[in-house]
Design a protein around this ligand. Structure first.
Ligand code: NDP
Length: 484
């Protein structure tokens, strides 16, 4: 059986935590044994990361770091098929998705932050002084130090490198705790780090669970200088609490219950195409996914019917078959959670428009499959409409006026993203500015320029990452004032 090890100080080590089984979501088969890190192993990883700050890594010029980041991107591309297989086996997501999104973006993250650090200067201010000679202020960006990186399972390599790449670009060292469900690509990246000559201790990976395990050992370690986390809002609260000890910076990319808003002047074909992606892609396991949809009454029936057709059009099956478009959910536990919401919707009186259960997938009967699902008819207070389900499902509510749509969209404690569908340009700008979210898309969804600020409002997070905004988190900006 394949063993997945921790990567500490440039070496793969078994660690002394309790080993656990990693399963393939499409078949429920055990595909590897993950050797978890115990408290001493996490301490060794953090100590190595701290020491590496004073070694060759800490003395490298920005240009040398940029060259290494580009080699990391090339290194992932060179082993594309291995990364692809590892990601598909851990998550069950179809190769048609992972080969277009997860692995290319995993590599691109290193190039984009190499570009960013190359292009980022700092500010200077000249000032007058009473003696007439003046003074010069300038700022310098210094690494924060050791960054604790905690990631979820839905886009494992993509979301992990979204943090590791800017952290390394800025000269930090990292200790990564991947989700217990998806340990493989973070580990494989350790081999790429070795092969391109990243010094020992700069990139470390510790495996295990969250509370009272590797996750908590990492967040509570006093030598971790800053914490960056993507995951559920409740976990984010625990991480924020841990970060408060020592007043450490924290970046939180958390959950969502994202509204889509469709006006009756929308281009129907384009809208349905975009909505289907936003509701169902990656089996709905996307933080930006649309689980609440508000549709203007004039076009309501057409959207409901059109989305139901899309929901029924996916091809389940072998994730390695390029024609498969819908994979299983990540775990049996998550399947039970999502199915629980499907059942709740029916008992709350929802009208089931499409899906609602588990499909029969020939040859993959033990996988964690679920149908893309569309409901109407629930109240805005219902748990299915207010709580993040993180499955391929959406509830559609009609509205009459623009004001009503804005009110409905904002009626949530979350504020991650929205998509607005209309051909009226003035309305698009107006509504985009009034929905309380970090990211508004107009006539598109998940269209990402990696230089733009990414993050959530309200309970969907704190801080922004992406482009120069990542540098704000991964560096400490210091001012130096020189009297001339
Ligand atoms: P979780 O919050 O359950 O877990 C995320 C990570 O935190 C995992 O590595 C987990 O370990 C670890 N963890 C859990 N508890 C603790 C703790 N007390 N201390 C330290 N670490 C801990 O999220 P999921 O993995 O279930 O991911 C899905 C969630 O992520 C959804 O809510 C989704 O919306 C959100 N998300 C947000 C994004 C954004 O950018 N805003 C993007 C993608 C996802 P383990 O899994 O081993 O228990």
């Amino acid at each position: 059986m394949k063993q997945i090890n921790n990567f500490i100080n440039g070496q793969f080590v078994t660690g002394s935590g309790e080993a656990y089984e990693n399963r393939y979501p499409a078949t429920d088969e055990v595909i590897s044994i993950v050797n978890a890190a115990d408290k001493d192993d996490v301490d060794a990883a953090v100590t190595a990361a701290k020491k590496a700050l004073d070694g060759p890594w800490g003395r490298m010029s920005v240009a040398e770091r940029i060259a290494l980041l580009r080699k990391l991107a090339d290194g992932i591309q060179a082993r594309f098929d291995e990364f692809l297989e590892a990601e598909v086996r851990d998550t069950g997501k179809p190769v048609s998705i992972a080969s277009h999104i997860d692995i290319p973006r995993g590599a691109a993250n290193f190039n984009i932050f190499a570009d960013q650090i190359a292009a980022t200067g700092a500010e200077t201010f000249e000032m007058a002084t009473p003696d007439g000679n003046g003074a010069l202020n300038y700022s310098v960006r210094l690494p924060q130090g050791v960054i604790g990186v905690i990631c979820p399972w839905n886009l494992p390599l993509l979301l992990m490198t979204w943090k590791v790449a800017p952290a390394l670009a800025c000269g930090n060292t990292v200790v990564v705790k991947p989700s217990e469900e998806t340990p493989s690509t973070a580990t494989l990246l350790g081999e790429v780090m070795q092969s391109v000559g990243i010094p020992d201790g700069v990139y470390n990976v510790v495996h295990g669970f969250g509370p009272d395990s590797a996750g908590e050992f990492l967040t509570s370690h006093p030598d971790v200088d800053a914490l960056t986390f993507t995951g559920e809002t409740r976990t984010g609260e625990a991480i924020m609490q841990a970060a408060s000890k020592g007043v450490r910076p924290v970046s939180l990319e958390l959950g969502g219950k994202n509204p889509g808003v469709v006006f009756d002047d929308a281009d129907l074909d384009q809208t349905l195409e975009g909505l289907a992606r936003s509701c169902f892609v990656n089996t709905g396991q996307v933080c930006l996914g649309t689980e609440r949809l508000y549709v203007q009454r004039g076009i309501f029936d057409q959207v409901v019917e059109g989305l139901a057709d899309k929901a029924k059009s996916y091809a389940y099956g072998d994730p390695f078959n390029p024609d498969t478009t819908m994979g299983p959910l990540i775990s049996r536990k998550h399947l039970q959670k999502v199915q629980g919401y499907y059942d709740k919707a029916i008992s709350a009186g929802a009208t089931l428009i499409a899906g609602g259960g588990a499909p029969d997938v020939k040859g993959f009967e033990d996988g964690y499959w679920i149908q893309p699902t569309v409901w109407t008819g629930l109240s805005e207070q219902d748990a299915v409409v207010t709580e993040e389900i993180f499955g391929p499902c959406t509830h559609i509510t009609p509205f009459d006026t623009e004001e009503e749509a804005i009110h409905l969209a904002n009626n949530s404690p979350y504020g991650l993203a929205t998509s607005i569908w209309t051909t009226n340009l003035s309305r698009a700008h107006r509504v985009a500015g009034k929905i309380d979210v970090g990211i508004s898309w107009v006539n598109c969804w998940f269209l990402r320029d990696l230089r733009t600020p990414f993050g959530g409002a309200k309970r969907s997070g704190i801080g922004r990452e992406g482009g120069v905004h990542s540098l704000e988190f991964y560096t400490e900006l210091r001012n130096i004032c020189v009297k001339l």
